[in-house]
Design a protein around this ligand. Structure first.
Ligand code: B12
Length: 212
């Protein structure tokens, strides 16, 4: 899709205005929101990450690309809203302590909400104590944790331990994700589920709660 090339370029350049215009143009041309998200936005963020790794861009550029992506995602949100909220179950979600990445976590929230889950989003840099406090308050069916840095992944088992200590672990299912997280890691830290992307997060969440 040549339209998505222009979108991708705008996201790489952190040009929010053009990125939003291109997203709208792709939608108007009959493009599917799912394709725009996967091919135009998520794939582009991977490219942005590679450029950062190679030292071709730096944190400010990465941040601008992130902002452009978020704005475009907002435009796509209505296309993923199909289910009736609260009918499927409650999900408490956040990015773990020390980690400020929220694009993936926001996408997961958006997809889960669209599929009918009620979401409480705790934002970024969420401490184990905060997860515990909010789990008590919200009584979610699922606690979702996101980590994008290998250095913040240990906050996941720390949060699980904190839930255990608070006597809450057996009342919730724990689902984890984020680029460096793997199925194997999920098993190692005794999380109940792992999903590699927002789409499979929905099916895994339903699986966890035994709903179709
Ligand atoms: C954008 C970005 C930033 C932005 C974040 C903006 C924002 N609001 O999120 C900013 C500029 C703030 C940033 C900062 C930093 N970043 Co950064 N960042 C990225 C980048 C380019 C894209 C991440 C992203 O949004 N991807 C797109 C989304 C859609 O994908 P995703 O997050 O993986 O989410 C999907 C799945 O993982 C899954 N998922 C995610 N969460 C969850 C949760 C659950 C419950 C489930 C089930 C599934 C799930 O579903 C999502 C949707 O499909 C990545 C590169 C990359 N390839 O990941 C680097 C990257 C993650 N950053 C990196 C680094 C090093 C940093 C900094 C340390 C840089 C610095 N020196 O300051 C800081 C750390 C700040 C901090 N304390 O958190 C490294 C991490 C290396 C590592 N392995 O630890 C990466 C990999 C870049 C690189 N190649 O080196 N970053």
């Amino acid at each position: 899709m040549s339209d998505l090339k222009a979108l991708s370029e705008a996201v790489v350049n952190g040009d929010t205005k053009t990125a939003v215009t291109e997203t709208q143009r792709a939608l108007d041309a009959g493009g599917s929101a799912q394709d725009i998200l996967n091919e135009g936005l998520i794939a582009t963020m991977n490219e942005v990450g590679e450029r950062y790794s190679k030292g071709l861009i730096f944190v400010p550029q990465m941040l601008r690309s992130g902002k452009a992506m978020q704005e475009c995602t907002n435009l796509l949100k209505p296309f993923f809203q199909e289910g009736e909220v609260t009918s499927k179950g409650k999900v408490l979600i956040g990015t773990v302590r020390g980690d400020l990445h929220d694009i993936g976590k926001n996408l997961v929230s958006m997809m889960l909400e669209g599929a009918g889950f009620a979401i409480t989003d705790l934002g970024v840099n969420v401490s184990p104590e905060k997860f515990v406090e909010k789990t008590r308050e919200v009584e979610p069916d699922i606690v979702g944790m996101s980590a994008l840095l290998s250095t913040t992944m240990p906050a996941m088992p720390q949060t699980i331990e904190a839930l255990e200590k608070a006597g809450l672990r057996n009342r919730v299912k724990v689902m984890i994700g984020g680029a460096p997280v793997t199925e194997r890691y999920a098993q190692k830290i005794m999380a109940d589920s792992y999903a590699s992307d927002a789409g499979s997060a929905v099916s895994k969440a339903k699986e966890l709660l035994g709903i179709s």
